[in-house]
Design a protein around this ligand. Structure first.
Ligand code: 8NA
Ligand code: MG
Ligand code: MG
Ligand code: MG
Length: 349
């Protein structure tokens, strides 16, 4: 049991790093059918034991995930001031890790105010609307691992960890959806075939509760209140589909952008679609299929592949990941140790 958990902790965090590192070179791109052949060869090379090349470098997704692991590992109780400091230190040390264009503003204010009220700067983003970017979702996986047997604490910590930088409801609910997806994958038996319908139905039920809790009873229910439930309906509709222009349809209906709303449901779709073969993605390895497919959708490739990789890695465990891929990505050795530390930290309290 604990060997399985150890493998799943590692699989999840390594999956997240590999998705980030392999996806980063394609971030912001539109992917043509010619590019998909190039991406197929790119992964063939990364899996080739003879292939020598510099590390694929990680970006903000991994930089911030690292800080979340430390936050959970180093202190007995969640300390958000500590987490805010970790985010800022990491950013100051290496600001050129491909951070979102607006998030530096939050870090500047946190520093300038000496972390006095760590939740305030994020509320001021975008004229008080808060960021709806996927920055909260892309770093949430360690929280799903650490609190996988304490659902309410998991949601609370994921919400607060997101609110340090992202206060828009779309960003928070998107982070919660990613968190729940990782948790469900962690709890699923990798030896049994996953039931995608059941996986989505469970997500839908939980998002309904989360989105309903947010409705102001005095007002009419607006479509935004069911935003992620509606997206999950689309994810459900795509299950089992495998036709010629499906990728274009997925991009159109689910999105591939930097907002949580246009990327978290997409990552979940990638995980589910890769349970089976995908046309023109030639591999027997489910983990590779998941991230290669995510990258082939284009747009925010590193973040969508990172989120899909975290879900898939939490399901399969580290045995599902080709060691050659690990060798070609920065920070995988360190992240594997961090996964072990995260698991041990649970035992101490
Ligand atoms: P963020 O908080 O800066 O949000 C990302 C971007 O989304 C912002 O810079 C805005 O353009 C837009 N945005 C967010 N909220 C609003 C709003 N309320 N009104 C108008 N526009 C808004 O950063 P983040 O941490 O959420 O990062 C998200 C993504 O950006 C990640 O993928 C990260 O890697 C980064 N990034 C993406 C690309 C790309 O081309 N896809 C390139 C570099 C960096
Ligand atoms: Mg990134
Ligand atoms: Mg459903
Ligand atoms: Mg990105």
């Amino acid at each position: 049991e604990s060997a399985l958990l150890k493998s799943k902790f590692r699989g999840c965090l390594l999956g997240s790093v590999i998705g980030d590192c392999t996806g980063a070179p394609y971030e912001g791109d539109t992917i043509t059918s010619g590019d998909k052949i190039v991406i197929q060869r790119y992964f063939d090379k990364l899996e080739d034991a003879e292939f020598k090349a510099p590390y694929k470098q990680y970006t903000d997704d991994t930089a911030m995930t690292k800080s979340i692991v430390k936050f959970l590992t180093d202190k007995p109780e969640p300390d958000y001031k500590f987490l805010a400091r970790l985010f800022v230190n990491e950013y100051v040390k290496e600001p050129k890790r491909g951070y979102g264009a607006a998030i530096g503003e939050v870090f500047k204010k946190l520093k300038a105010t000496r972390f006095e009220d760590v939740f305030k700067p994020a509320t001021e983003q975008f004229h008080g609307k808060g960021s709806y970017g996927n920055g909260g979702a892309m770093r949430v996986a360690p929280i799903a691992l650490y609190f996988h047997d304490n659902y309410d604490a998991m949601l609370e910590v994921a919400t607060k960890a997101t609110k340090l930088t992202h206060t828009n409801t779309f960003a928070i609910h998107g982070a919660l959806l990613q968190c729940i997806a990782v948790q469900q994958a962690l709890l699923a038996d990798p030896k049994k075939k996953l039931d995608p319908e059941e996986f989505v139905a469970l997500l839908h039920e939980k998002m309904k509760k989360i989105e309903n809790a947010n409705i102001d009873r005095e007002m009419d229910i607006s479509p935004e209140d069911r935003a992620y439930q509606d997206k999950l309906k689309i994810v459900e509709d795509f299950i089992g589909k495998n036709y010629e222009d499906l990728d274009e349809e997925v991009i159109f209906q689910l999105g591939n952008g930097i907002s949580a709303y246009e990327s978290v449901p997409t990552a979940i779709h990638c995980f589910l679609r890769a349970q089976n073969d995908i046309a023109r993605i030639e591999t027997d390895n489910q983990f590779r299929r998941t991230i290669q497919y995510a990258i082939s959708l284009g747009g925010d490739t590193d973040t969508i592949a990172s989120m899909a990789g975290a879900i898939c890695g939490a399901y399969l465990g580290e045995e599902g990941i080709n060691p050659e891929l690990l060798r070609h990505c920065e920070f995988t050795k360190e992240m594997s140790e961090m996964a072990d530390n995260l698991l041990s930290a649970r035992g101490e309290f």
